[in-house]
Design a protein around this ligand. Structure first.
Ligand code: ADP
Ligand code: ZN
Length: 597
């Protein structure tokens, strides 16, 4: 509040100075060359006046010596006109001056009105923030009563260990007396750690659903306001409300928005955040044993959280939400697809083709697929829509409107065939799934590989095969068109292969010359040679040489392999131009030198 008051005082001061300045200058122009009325009367009695122009209270006086001045009639002076007539003064009634007077009144009132306006504005602001404080629970924190929560653990696929671990909380809510009797302590706070979309909110809600308790949810960023102190009072209010409806779960999403380490911020919101954070800590410490409230917070940046938050009695229970693996992806798809699916669907194939997808991405995929089905008037989602939706999410929309010349198409077909053939020939490589020369997103063509299982650990052979497959496209171009006609389309392939080779040398110890040593690739360390991780120029040179060696030896090997299979390269190119997309069955046939039609 202090800040608001300071601000208001500042504005008022500014305002008054402007106001007085204006007043003064208006007064000056207004009173320009004006003299007292008594002086005018004395001039009049002394016969010095030749002419007067009267407009309302203002009199413009011309003396006999042609001097002029203005004066103002202080009160109604009925005798004035008689006196003027007696003294033979020329009298002119002036209308235009009324306008002036109005203007003057207007000018002299504007600042006052402005002042009132600004005052009202501030009063309203303060009232509003006060109102917000009061109605905060209604506006920001969402409250779900037990009968409004339809989600239970069944609706959360995977995360069996987490379910196991947090079942304790459900048990506690169901039989709090038992816990009290045994005297066992239930965690006050649970911290869910994991990237966005991995189902943290869903899980927290499922706990409330399983336990049949109310669910308060609020985002950390809702606490952070421009005005210092608002966040803290919001926290206080939230706990007051929560205590009224125990048992309940309070879910704070994006805890890092308020829970950053104190004293580290860069912007002016620092005080505010610290106060809010302190208030959360105070509230959590203030709980008596078994208060019937459990706070669950989610973050994907546990590293930046204030250590105080993680102390015993606060968020001391941590659970991790990683990206789902193949099996979990399949389960998540199953949860979401429910009854909109036709029978011929192979969800495991979709699960294999969606590495790196979060639960939210997968639910989005199902949604896209059902939209597609609706668009083409299908009652159920089939494999066709699921794959289309997946491709759209991973690769972007097909650019059917992009017109390519036959020559360009042929080059892309050779390039993709190169990837496909090398990928198929490499043992120990992810199985090939699909190849297409329909441009999408940034890519002009695409070759897909689908891992059979999650790859948790690479090995040298697999890495070398990956590099070979990445260069397969460029090598095909080189073989067919010659060195001088290679296109720039291999930029991404080259980049990815180089990154792999680099890590092989500096991280994974696959270079014989440099040995199994970590060469810190952190630029700061390399540039700042006085620091601990000093890498000599000679070593840097050797790293570059080793990367080059890995790439070149694989390049030569791959080129020889493709030359040996050049007939397949031609036939695959032909098929690609004909069909634009080939599936794994067709590719298998071509690889066996069989006709695909
Ligand atoms: P977070 O809170 O981690 O950002 P959410 O809980 O908001 O993620 O997840 C978004 C959506 O993703 C959920 O509403 C749900 O539809 C889907 N989802 C995520 N993980 C799962 C899962 N394990 N099982 C089922 N659906 C999931
Ligand atoms: Zn390529």
């Amino acid at each position: 509040m202090n800040k608001i008051i300071k601000k208001i005082i500042l504005y008022l001061l500014m305002f008054f100075s402007v106001f007085f300045f204006l007043q003064n200058s208006i007064y000056k122009t207004y009173n320009n060359n004006s003299i007292e009325y008594s002086k005018f009367i004395s001039d009049l009695t002394k016969n010095k006046i030749k002419e007067v122009k009267i407009s309302d209270k203002k009199i413009n006086v011309i003396k006999k010596n042609d001097d002029t001045y203005n004066t103002y009639i202080p009160i109604n002076d009925p005798k004035l006109l008689d006196t003027l007539l007696i003294k033979n003064v020329k009298i002119i009634g002036n209308e235009s001056n009324t306008h002036n007077v109005l203007l003057t009144i207007f000018i002299s009132w504007v600042p006052v009105l402005l002042l009132i306006g600004i005052w009202l504005f501030f009063v309203k602001q303060i009232q509003n923030s006060g109102k917000n404080l009061i109605s905060f629970i209604k506006n920001k924190a969402k409250l779900l009563k037990p009968n409004q929560i339809k989600i239970t653990f069944k609706d959360v696929a995977g995360y069996e260990e987490v379910k196991e671990e947090l079942r304790e909380i459900v048990d506690y809510f169901k039989n709090p007396e038992d816990f009290k009797k045994i005297g066992s302590k239930i965690p006050k706070g649970v911290l869910m750690i994991g990237p966005p979309g991995t189902g943290k909110t869903l899980f927290a809600k499922a706990i409330a659903g399983e336990s049949k308790v109310s669910f308060f949810s609020v985002s950390g960023s809702d606490f952070v306001e421009m005005f210092v102190g608002v966040g803290a009072s919001r926290v206080r209010n939230m706990f007051i409300q929560a205590k009224k409806i125990t048992p309940c779960i309070i879910f704070i999403d994006e805890l890092d928005a308020v829970g950053r380490q104190r004293g580290y911020g860069v912007n002016g919101n620092n005080d505010e955040r610290e106060q809010t954070l302190n208030q959360i800590l105070v509230e959590m410490d203030g709980f008596e044993e078994n208060p019937g409230i459990i706070i669950i917070a989610a973050t994907n940046r546990p590293d930046i959280l204030d250590k105080a938050l993680l102390r015993p009695g606060r968020f001391d229970r941590k659970v991790y939400f990683g990206l789902p693996n193949i099996k979990e992806r399949e389960e998540i798809l199953k949860v979401h697809i429910k009854n909109i699916i036709s029978k011929d669907i192979n969800l495991s194939l979709i699960a294999r083709g969606t590495p790196g997808f979060s639960g939210a991405d997968l639910s989005n995929l199902i949604n896209e697929a059902s939209l597609l089905a609706v668009r083409i008037n299908k009652k159920k989602v089939t494999m066709f829509e699921l794959e289309k939706a997946r491709d759209k999410i991973i690769l972007g929309v097909e650019k059917k409107s992009l017109i390519l010349s036959n020559k360009q198409k042929e080059l892309i077909a050779f390039h993709e065939s190169g990837h496909t053939i090398i990928g198929s020939l490499m043992s120990n490589h992810d199985p090939i799934y699909k190849v297409s020369i329909i441009p999408r997103g940034y890519a002009l063509g695409i070759t897909y590989f689908l891992p059979k299982t999650d790859i948790l650990n690479e090995n040298l052979k697999r890495l070398e095969n990956k590099i070979s497959t990445l260069y397969g496209g460029r090598i095909a171009e080189e073989i067919i068109y010659g060195k001088h006609n290679i296109s720039t389309g291999s930029y991404n392939d080259i980049k990815n292969a180089t990154l792999i080779a680099r890590d092989m040398v500096i991280k994974w110890g696959f270079s014989n010359k440099l040995g199994p040593i970590l060469y810190n690739n952190n630029k700061i360390f390399i540039e700042n040679k006085n620091k601990i991780n000093y890498i000599s120029d000679a070593t840097l040179y050797m790293i570059d040489q080793e990367i080059k060696m890995i790439i070149e030896s694989n390049y030569i090997k791959t080129k020889n392999l493709l030359i040996k299979n050049i007939d397949i390269l031609y036939s695959m190119k032909e098929s690609l131009i004909k069909y634009e997309t080939l599936n794994y069955k067709q590719i298998k046939k071509i690889m066996c030198r069989k006709n695909i039609c």
